[in-house]
Every structure is written in C-alpha cells, then in structure tokens.
Design a protein around this ligand. Structure first.
Ligand code: ADP
Ligand code: MG
Length: 702
C-alpha cells in the first residue's frame, strides 16, 4: 500500500488501537505527523568495529559470527536469559539478552550479524547486553546515522524509527509551502530532501542542509505570524482615544526631573494613547533606568481621560511596592489607586473587584494572575505589564481581548522589561510590539562596584556587611535555595551522583545561622516566594522602612523592588545564576546616592564559570551582559522554559540561530511588503502554515 501524508497511523504495519493511542499523545495520528516528528538527537551507527578495537562503554556496531546455538535459561519467574558467544578474527564477545526468548531462534550458529550495543569488560571477557542485531545487507537500525526521537511511554525509539521509515517515501507528496523565490534566495534545500535527511541523514552535510531548511522555515513562519499580529492590531482596530494632557502637570508631581530618555518615551506613550489605535509598546530599559515613571504617566493620562488602567507585576512584593509609590505620586492628583493581590482577605478582594466594576478605582495594581483572571472593569483602557520578559505573545493577545465584553474597545498595552536582549531577538520575541528604549540612567548614579569572591574571604565579607550597616546602609543577601538539600538521598539519583543542589545556601537555615553565629546584634529579615503572603509583605515592608538591616532572600527580590538605602548585595553560589539574572539582582542596589557594592561568592572550580562572573564584574552594560549570557548558556535557558510564550519551535533555538533568525525575519518582511495579506495564490500555503502554527493564539487572525 502506498502511503500519503494523510494516511492514518492505524494503516501502518505494527500499529493497533493501543499503540495508536500512545502515538496520539505525541500529536501523531497521520503519516504526515510522523514526518513532522523530528529527531531530538542522532547516534552515529555507521562505523563498524572489530571486537578487540571496540571502545568499552560506548554504543557501537560490531560485525561478528554466532559461534554456537543460543542458550536459553529461566533464572526465576519473570526473568529469562538468552546467551550466545559471537566471534570475529580479533576475539570473542559474550552476548546476554534479558527476557527476549525469541533470540534463541533468531540467531543461528555460523551466521554473520551486525550487533549494536555497549561493549563492557568483565575481567578479560568482553560482553554486551541486549544488543540490537541485524543481518548484513538487511540493516535498518545499524549502519546509518540513527535518529533519536522524543518518545512517550509504550513507544520505543526503534518503533518510532521503523514507523518513520515506513512513511518516509510519502515525503515526496508533502506540499512545498515556502515560496520558490525565498528558497532560491536563501539557498534552502527542497522539502522532500530536508524531511528525508532530518530523519535518516545520508551524512553530516545532508543533515546540516536539512536542519537549515527546516529551521529557517519555522523561524520564517513565526516572523510572518507575529508581523500579522502586529498589523492586525495597528490596522483596523479602534481603541479608546485618550486625549493628551500637558506633561508639565505630571512632571511637577515628580520628586526629580525626568531623564531625556524618560521624557522621550513618555511622549511616545502619550502619542500612542491619543492615536485612536491600540498601543502595543515594549519599554526596554536597564534596571534602575526609571521605568515606573512611564507606567505612572500612562496611568495618569488614562485616569485624566476618564478611563481605568491596570498595572500587573510579576510578584506580590513588587505589586505592593508599586501600589505604595503610585498612591503617593498619583493620589494627591485625585487618582484612586487600588491593590489586588493574593494576600488580601476574600472580603477585601471582593470589595476591590466591586470597586473596579463600578469604576471607583482608576488605576489598579496587582499580580498577573489576579488581573488576568475574571476581573471585571468599568472602563478599562490601559494594561501595563511590568518586568515582563516572562510575558508571552499568547498572554498579550489574551489581554488585548480583556475589555471587549464590557463593550469597550481593546485596551492599550504597555509592556516593561529590564532584560535587554539583542535587537534581532527582540524583533522576534516582541515582533508584535513597538519598542521604546530607555538608554540612560538617572544622573548622579555611581556604578555598582562588583567583586567576585571565594570562600576564603567570607569572614572579610561579613565585616564589610557590618561596616555598611554601621554607616546606616542596608544589605541584601541572596541564596539560590529555600530548603537545605541533604548531601545524600533523596537529592541523589539512583546512580549515586550527588544532587546538583547539595551544598547550596538555603535561605531558611542560612538566616538562622547568620543570626545566631555571625550577626547576633543585627536585625535580619527573611524572604522567599512560598512564605505566607502576609509574612512576605511584612518582611519586605520592614526592609523598606529600614527596620531590617540585612534581608536574606531568594531571587524573589530579583524584579523591581526599590530600596534606595540598600548599598550592598551579596549573592551566594553566584555561579548558579545566569548573568542576566545576576545583573538584575545587582540592580537592587545603587538606586540611591550611596556608593554601592555587589559581591558574588562562589566555590566553583570551573574556569568558565569564573570567566562569566568576571564579565559581570567588568561591565554594567545590560546589553553586553545579555549577549554574553546568550553565548554562554545552553539553548532555552535564557528565557526559562518557553516563557516567551511563542509557538513551540521544533528545531529552531531562538537564542542560537541568530543569523538564520535574521534571514528569516528579512524574508518575512520582504514577502509581507509585497503581499501584506498573503492573497497571492503562490503565498497562500504560507498563510495556511502560519495559521496552523499559531493555532494556540486564535486571536491572531480574527
Ligand atoms: P526600573 O523599574 O527601571 O528598574 P525604577 O522606576 O524603579 O527603575 O527607578 C529606580 C529608582 O530611580 C527609583 O528610586 C526612582 O525613584 C529613581 N528615578 C527614576 N527616574 C529618575 C530620575 N529621572 N531622576 C532621579 N531618580 C529617578
Ligand atoms: Mg521596575
């Protein structure tokens, strides 16, 4: 039977109802889905070794002859062995198969086979357990570059590979969706070639060509989709027109003059709000560059225009702080600021919700979770998402639909992020947003002095803490863990490797230890994410008020909190953090007029980790740091697990494929300039593919 990409997997040999169900878990129901289920890795099984030369411990192919008839033995109930000796001119190899009784008949004395498995040495004996074996000339699992697939329970890699092999010929019937001229211009392999070689590559070069073509394709459709999203919002949609107000009236309320950059971004925001089209703007500015003022200004304009605004913060601590500073700033102007967080009592929450629904609160501050759930507004016109490198496209799209049920047009959206990312990447991750950059710090800041310090300086560092406190300053101490992880189990896996978390400083015990042994005379505070909301609020508030001299915390203080009197931050196990995160943490100090310090403590023996930390000590340029971070950290790490919320990329690594990313972006822009709504019949397949890719972001095409 000839397969087409539409053939159901039930028609494949080896597949019954049960296995079909399991495949469905991987999103595979048709032959075409199998073709689109790309390997996550490969195993080179091309080289064949002699028994003597096979490197022990590595999985390799060996060509050898069965020297005897296999011996089958039942050890106990449920455990059966088949053993057989095989030989080649260099020696003998003893094979053992567990619970594979059929091997007794399948391997015949005197016949040649290719065996694939790991050779082990037991004394002078060479052994192999459960090898894959095939007859020479009839190989499908050996002698090739073998794909390693993402799997699910009940589906082995061999099953997956054999299924893909069965349907591989129908790759010829896959419709080519990339326009011919784009393929030519960017020298991309044809689809059939790419699909065949991504699964069973002829050689490394073919694999590279296949990978390049398919990765380009993913990035290209991503870029087209985001561009659509942007144009759709810019194009037909109406938004509340928020009339401009003289900026001076707002500025007189500020305790300082805005920087030129702040002033520019304020104008950009005001123009967006007055444009009648929904604002979709990202404000990027390094930590401490003064983004809160922009949010306050937007909220002020919005309230003056008679509308409601909402500010969403990633943590309660930060929401509370914003609430206090915005109340101070906007309250005297008659703007009613509200707070909605998880630590409010049910009654309080209900009251705030009611006030929002009635329009008795003009500007509400809360956590993302609270505001994005079921909150009803009276006249919502503005949503500000603070510190949002963790705020994906889908969430943005969902928000844009937020006020619609109240008969209101979609709200203006302002996203604020302190994670400077390289421009190309920003264009993709925030492809649907306009970007404003605050590229200037408020005047009078002296850069934070940063030191990388080893354990042997710990006592000196404690003295330094004392010195700062004696001068009236406050100190943060950041730990990577909450609870201690014991050196042995359960942190240990079954192989006896110590848990990677063993020996990390944990806030709870470390605070006790510091209080009882190091700083008995100082007031210490403790803060971590899972504390009861009330306790958390109290801990933060006490530090803000200056009652706590040293705050021992996890990274919950990472984003946004502002205590200008804090002049020293100590980061324990600093090598465990990403550079951008360390930079962010460092931004907690140096926010006032005092010379500030950041001490990175590490016990690392890795030269690479040391070099990374030294980069941080040598620069305060957030963009440089994030580029360094991108270079040195593994794929995916940079944004955490898909926090950008973009459609799942199968191949493309958004941080590693920079050049390709740029090319795909250009190709997408070029195509959309020529055919903005992709109505040309040649481009229709592109539209189709983008739709499928953004199926989880339905908003994109309506
Ligand atoms: P970000 O959110 O960008 O990290 P914040 O908005 O929290 O920064 O501002 C950091 C600190 O700088 C705050 O204490 C704020 O009051 C102060 N600040 C902001 N803008 C200015 C300015 N133009 N001049 C002086 N201080 C400023
Ligand atoms: Mg901030």
């Amino acid at each position: 039977m000839a397969f087409t990409p539409d053939t159901s997997v039930l028609d494949l040999s080896g597949i019954g109802e049960q296995r079909a169900k399991k495949l469905e878990k991987l999103g595979i129901t048709r032959a075409g889905d199998l073709l689109a289920h790309y390997p996550r890795d490969y195993e080179d099984r091309r080289q064949v070794y002699s028994i003597r030369e096979a490197p022990p411990g590595q999985r390799v192919c060996i060509s050898a002859m069965a020297a005897e008839h296999p011996r089958r033995a039942r050890i106990r109930k449920g455990l059966e062995l088949v053993q057989v000796k095989v030989v080649d001119p260099t020696g003998a190899l003893h094979l053992t198969f567990f619970n594979q009784g059929y091997v007794e008949q399948a391997i015949r004395a005197g016949e040649e086979y290719i065996f694939f498995g790991a050779v082990e040495e037991q004394g002078r004996r060479r052994t192999m357990v459960n090898p894959v074996f095939e007859r020479p000339g009839k190989q499908s699992l050996t002698g090739c570059i073998m794909p390693i697939y993402p799997l699910t329970a009940g589906v082995t890699n061999h099953l997956m590979a054999s299924l893909v092999r069965q349907v591989l010929p129908c790759a010829a019937a896959l419709p080519e969706t990339l326009p011919q001229h784009i393929r030519q211009e960017h020298q991309l392999a044809a689809l059939e070639f790419a699909v065949k070689n991504i699964h069973f590559p002829q050689d490394e070069q073919a694999l590279e060509l296949a990978r390049r073509r398919l990765t380009f394709e993913e990035l290209f459709y991503l870029a087209v989709g985001l561009s659509f999203l942007k144009h759709r919002r810019e194009g037909s949609q109406q938004a509340c027109t928020i009339p401009p107000c003289p900026k001076e009236a707002f500025l007189t309320r500020l305790p300082f003059a805005p920087t030129a950059a702040q002033s520019r971004v304020m104008d950009e925001v005001a123009a967006d709000l007055a444009s009648g089209r929904p604002m979709n703007r990202l404000v990027q500015g390094d930590v401490g560059s003064g983004k809160t003022v922009i949010a306050a200004y937007a909220g002020w304009l919005c309230a003056k225009g008679g509308y409601q605004g909402a500010l969403m913060a990633p943590t309660e601590v930060l929401a509370e702080q914003h609430f206090h500073s915005l109340s101070d700033l906007l309250g005297p102007a008659g703007i009613r600021v509200g707070l909605l967080t998880g630590s409010l009592s049910p009654g309080e929450k209900k009251a705030v919700r009611a006030q929002l629904a009635k329009g008795e609160i003009d500007f509400v501050v809360g956590t993302h979770a609270l505001i994005s759930q079921s909150v009803e507004f009276h006249r919502l016109a503005l949503i500000v998402a603070d510190e949002q490198h963790r705020f994906g496209v889908a969430q943005r799209a969902a928000l844009a639909g937020k006020s619609e049920h109240g008969g209101m047009p979609p709200p203006h959206v302002l996203v604020m992020s302190a994670t400077p990312i390289p421009r190309t990447l920003a264009l993709i991750i925030y492809g649907d947003l306009d970007i404003s950059i605050i590229n200037e710090l408020p005047p009078g800041r002296t850069p934070v002095e940063t030191y990388v310090v080893r354990e042997d300086k710990r006592q000196r560092m404690y003295q330094f803490v004392r010195k700062q406190v004696a001068q009236g300053r406050q100190v943060y101490i950041i730990c990577p863990a909450v609870e201690d992880t014991p050196q042995d189990s359960p942190g240990e896996d079954s192989w006896g490797t110590p848990s990677p978390d063993a020996g990390l400083k944990a806030v709870k015990t470390y605070t006790q230890q510091l209080q009882s042994q190091v700083f008995p005379d100082l007031t210490l505070g403790l803060l971590y994410g899972k504390m009861k909301p009330k306790e958390k609020e109290e801990a933060m508030a006490a530090f803000v008020r200056g009652e706590t001299q040293v705050l021992v915390s996890t990274t919950v203080v990472e984003v946004g909190v502002d205590v200008p009197n804090a002049s020293l931050i100590i980061i324990e196990n600093a090598d465990r953090f990403g550079l951008s995160q360390l930079h962010q943490l460092r931004g907690r100090v140096g926010r006032g007029k005092h010379q500030s310090y950041c001490v990175l403590i590490t016990a690392t023996r890795s030269a690479e980790s040391m070099a990374r930390l030294r980069t941080l000590a040598s620069t305060t340029d957030g963009f440089r740091i994030s580029e360094e971070d991108l270079k040195s950290r593994g794929p995916g790490d940079f944004f955490g697990n898909r926090q950008h919320g973009l459609p799942q990329m199968k191949l493309a690594d958004l941080t590693g494929d920079m050049v390709l990313l740029q090319q795909a972006q250009q190709a997408a822009n070029h195509l959309l300039t020529q055919d903005p709504s992709l109505t040309d019949p040649d481009n229709r397949p592109v539209l189709q593919r983008v739709r499928t890719m953004f199926a989880d972001t339905p908003d994109i095409f309506n």
